[in-house]
Write a protein that binds this ligand. Structure first.
Ligand code: WQD
Length: 339
């Protein structure tokens, strides 16, 4: 049984679909702060499989103990956390309490229940601004540019210290680049509360008319067209990476090997904001009006992954391309507006 914290969220829900499709049993802990319970029914509709959801917070140790008492948890995939870069500068204490203290509570309960297998949802934001691209896991980490990124970096450091203190743990840190897209069914996808922080939901809301236009944050970066370059990865490819990470943990446990591994989950290709906008318009045959706006605080010029290590050690290989990401994002947005 796999406990998935934040399992009804954007990446969590896609990961549960892949876990269920690969024969894993799952149980979810989610406080529904950035999702809704109907995502559970959508996952059931996609997979034909049911699973338990405990509604609550990773800060609630009593609830976490109850979950471990009522279910035989073999491993945890930990997504739950606040994740809006801009918001994290406005309410940093909530980010440190929820993300860092919440993770500490989860780890204490795991340890108390002798569950020492964890896949952690980390982020490329822990690299900070780096001159050398593409990014390898061995790159010396610079300061993240916001409290959200600093919570991810702190949790990585906590997990590294935990493993040093007890190397019977099996821990995998997955550093996501920029997840976009949606399941091909259009039933689950990225559904941010309020004004989207991230690029793709803003594009789809502009295309469908919810937003008047897209603001392209700066066109004077040191990139091929002046707009920011990122490594966009289809959320279904990202989800499959979690199954591969779990498979590696299971293999190591069978060989009685504890491990702490770090992997980039990205395509290895960088696209600019205008690359994304123009591809989206072309493949969906829809306009996306935009204006060039001032740079956004905290943004970096360019960031994309060297995914070689994940390919070699996990067998991770992205199957979906930018056109799929743009089509699937648009399909989900249209479904949202129809239902
Ligand atoms: C991408 C590019 C913007 C919005 C962050 C976190 C990362 C992860 C993903 C949580 C940049 C530009 C954006 C808009 C724009 N977060 N942009 N207009 O900042 O690369 O990564 O979100 O898991 O950890 O760091 O993603 O989608 O916000 O921005 O021009 O309205 O799009 O400047 O170049 P980012 P993003």
């Amino acid at each position: 049984m796999i406990l998935v914290t934040g399992g009804l969220g954007y990446i969590g829900s896609h990961t549960i679909v892949e876990l269920l499709n690969n024969g894993y049993d799952v149980v979810v802990l989610d406080n529904l702060s950035n999702t809704s319970i109907d995502v559970k029914d959508k996952i059931k509709k996609i997979t034909g499989k049911d699973f338990k959801v405990y509604i609550g917070d990773i800060l609630d140790k009593e609830l976490e103990n109850k979950i471990f008492k009522e279910n035989k948890i073999d491993a945890v995939i930990h997504f739950a956390g606040l994740k809006a870069v801009g918001e994290s500068s406005v309410i940093p204490l909530e980010y440190y309490k929820n993300n860092v203290e919440g993770t500490l509570h989860l780890l204490e309960v795991m340890k108390a229940n002798n569950c020492k297998s964890l896949v952690f949802s980390s982020s490329a934001t822990v690299y900070g601004a780096q001159d050398i691209q593409p990014l390898k896991e061995s790159a010396p980490l610079q300061d993240p540019t916001n409290p959200y990124g600093r919570t991810k970096r702190m949790i990585e450091d906590i997990l590294k210290d935990l493993y040093k203190s007890d190397n019977s743990w099996n821990i995998i840190l997955l550093r996501y680049f920029n997840p976009i897209g949606a399941h091909q069914s259009g039933l689950i996808g990225e559904k941010p509360n309020g004004i989207p922080n991230n690029l793709m939901p803003y594009i789809t809301q502009t295309a469908i008319g919810v937003r008047d236009h897209l603001n392209v944050f700066g066109n004077d970066y040191k990139t091929h067209d002046g707009t920011g370059v990122r490594d966009y990865i289809h959320v279904v490819d990202l989800a499959r990476g979690h199954v591969l990470a779990l498979n590696k943990i299971n293999k190591d446990k069978k060989e009685s090997k504890g491990n702490l591994d770090i992997y980039n989950l990205g395509t290895g290709v960088g696209y600019s904001v205008l690359d994304i906008v123009n591809t989206f318009k072309k493949v969906n045959n829809i306009d996306v009006p935009y204006v060039i706006a001032p740079r956004r605080a905290g943004d970096i010029d360019c960031c994309y992954a060297d995914p070689t290590k994940a390919y070699k050690e996990l067998g991770f290989k992205c199957e979906k391309n930018l056109s799929d990401m743009c089509k699937d994002s648009w399909n989900f947005q249209k479904n949202l507006n129809e239902n």
